[in-house]
Design a protein around this ligand. Structure first.
Ligand SMILES: C[S@@+](CC[C@H](N)C(=O)[O-])C[C@H]1O[C@@H](n2cnc3c(N)ncnc32)[C@H](O)[C@@H]1O
Length: 289
């Protein structure tokens, strides 16, 4: 029989997750703690999660805390998830941004919770097919995530048969992937278009530079309202007045911030509002990592 989690241990874990990653976990999610932290308890040869929580309260437990945060992330992702945002990016966002920027300029696109890379690579495939439209303008795609294991996967660009069957059109599979039995490896041309780096959305986002287009999908759902507001407002301050934000199907800006407003007749696409602070940074900032 497993030892029940004490209230003190639960509070330790919940506070750690909230402060380090924004993840809000209620008593109803106890089972998630048990299933996801079980391997750390085992690896550390601890008797149970109460002892894990006690270890986390000790000074010098930063590495263990990182592992706990990472183990608690939900990393579900797939290529061209929900279709519509990607169709909008291809048919609306890119043409509009191209029209208002001179040849030679660089558009910066951010996949703000990139997980195993499918979102950023979906954007890269669209960009690769838009060379004529871009007319000499460059597109820089940055994928960031808090989970290092996911970043390693993303950089590797190796996907299972199951993963390439979820959302990826077969023509794209044939054009941009090579079979490495039993998996599929993304083409180097697409891989090289995306720069992945470790980044916590709760930290100072200005280190990433400005972004014209931000995909911040299926991550805000895990945060409480003040954290959602803080992150969205920080994102808005990185964007120009015509910047576009894409959120997940269960996410919205309504009631959370006035720095973005829904684009008319579009679901999940938001424009920067006049109330958002103006971007006060050079047109391009180096991204290291
Ligand atoms: C469900 S996935 C979303 C992936 C992709 N955006 C999509 O929609 O398919 C959520 C990702 O958010 C990341 N994440 C959670 N909290 C984060 C934080 N505070 N900073 C950066 N990334 C975070 C997780 O590691 C996970 O990979």
């Amino acid at each position: 029989m497993t030892t029940p989690l004490t209230t003190v241990a639960f509070d330790t874990l919940a506070n750690l997750l909230k402060t380090k990653s924004g993840l809000v976990i209620g008593m109803d999610k106890l089972y998630l703690l048990e299933t996801r932290l079980g391997s750390i308890v085992k690896r550390e040869k601890l008797p149970d999660m109460n002892v894990l929580a006690e270890r986390l309260r000790r000074p010098g437990s930063d590495a263990l805390a990182r592992d706990v945060v990472e183990a608690m992330t939900t990393n579900e992702s797939f290529f061209f998830r929900d279709d519509k945002p990607f169709a909008h990016f291809r048919t609306q966002a890119l043409p509009r941004m191209v029209a208002s920027r001179p040849p030679g300029s660089t558009l910066r696109v951010w996949s703000a919770a990139s997980s195993s890379g499918q979102e950023a690579y979906s954007l890269a495939m669209i960009v690769a097919e838009s060379t004529a439209l871009l007319g000499g303008r460059k597109v820089e795609i940055v994928g960031t995530d808090i989970a290092r294991d996911q970043l390693t996967r993303a950089r590797e660009g190796l996907y299972s048969q199951f993963e390439v069957q979820r959302g990826l059109p077969v023509q794209m599979l044939m054009r941009y992937f090579r079979k490495e039995d039993p998996n599929w490896r993304i083409a180097e041309t697409i891989r090289a278009m995306v720069q992945f780096r470790e980044f916590n959305l709760l930290s100072d986002l200005r280190a990433l530079g400005r972004f014209d287009i931000v995909f911040c999908r299926n991550v805000l759902i895990y945060f409480d309202q003040p954290t959602k507001s803080r992150v969205l407002e920080a994102i808005s301050s990185l964007m120009p007045p015509d910047g576009l934000l894409y959120l997940g199907g269960a996410e919205t800006v309504l009631g959370i911030t006035t720095r973005f407003a829904p684009m008319p007749n579009e679901r999940g696409v938001y424009g920067v509002t006049a109330g958002a602070p103006k971007v006060a940074m050079p047109m391009r900032m180096a991204v290291v990592g």
